[in-house]
Design a protein around this ligand. Structure first.
Ligand SMILES: CC(C)(COP(=O)(O)OP(=O)(O)OC[C@H]1O[C@@H](n2cnc3c(N)ncnc32)[C@H](O)[C@@H]1OP(=O)(O)O)[C@@H](O)C(=O)NCCC(=O)NCCS
Length: 172
């Protein structure tokens, strides 16, 4: 890991992160395989409002954090915990200008440590089966391919559940 990559931290979002978040959330290339996007600035404001309101819940189940690098938010990493069975889902997105440098891998490792500290025993993730970057990242983190479900993932262009989805999991 380079010194630059190790300098990132993950932290709760703030209202003032709006423009940084919108920079990646409004990029159609970056959001191509996501279930949402590309965002308008209003969409991103609504997302931040939702995320900030979730931080107030007790217990917190939605750890939607920003990836901060040199004082700027360059991406997001989310962990949604189900405390009933101590499982969680993880997800990520990074500003195109910072991709392929190990930032999300580092951010995910930090989030996995948070999960571990909260008693989470298994973490899973899903992705569009064409999203090589995302499932390769899952593999690099030590997640294992459990299944590929044909025609079950939402195609946001057609609003039909018709895409293939991969499911990965790791035990902590
Ligand atoms: C998925 C995403 C977050 C990866 O972020 P990133 O910071 O570029 O990833 P990293 O640099 O930490 O890469 C870690 C590993 O992931 C894999 N990987 C990342 N990007 C890849 C790509 N474009 N092609 C193939 N493998 C890739 C590699 O195994 C890489 O390790 P390596 O560099 O040692 O080969 C980023 O591509 C992204 O934001 N994509 C758009 C949003 C998205 O689709 N999110 C997931 C929705 S399920």
């Amino acid at each position: 890991m380079t010194e630059l990559v190790s300098s990132i931290k993950i932290r709760p979002f703030k209202i003032s992160d709006l423009n940084d978040v919108n920079a990646y959330a409004s990029n159609p290339k970056t959001t191509k395989y996501m279930l949402w996007g590309p965002n308008t600035i209003e969409d991103t404001q609504n997302f931040l409002n939702y995320v900030l309101s979730n931080y107030q819940k007790d217990p917190v189940t939605h750890f939607e954090y920003g990836i901060e690098y040199q004082g700027k938010i360059i991406g997001g990493i989310g962990l949604i915990i189900n405390y009933e069975n101590n499982s969680a889902e993880i997800g990520w997105i990074l500003n195109e200008a910072y991709q392929r440098q190990g930032f999300t891998y580092e951010a995910a490792k930090q989030m996995i440590e948070i999960a571990r500290s909260l008693g989470v025993k298994s973490i899973h993730a899903t992705a569009d089966s064409r999203n090589v970057a995302s499932y390769k990242l899952m593999e690099k983190l030590g997640m294992v391919h459990i299944s590929t479900s044909k025609g079950t993932r939402l195609n946001k262009e057609t609003n039909q559940y018709e895409l293939d989805q991969v499911y990965y999991e790791m035990l902590l």
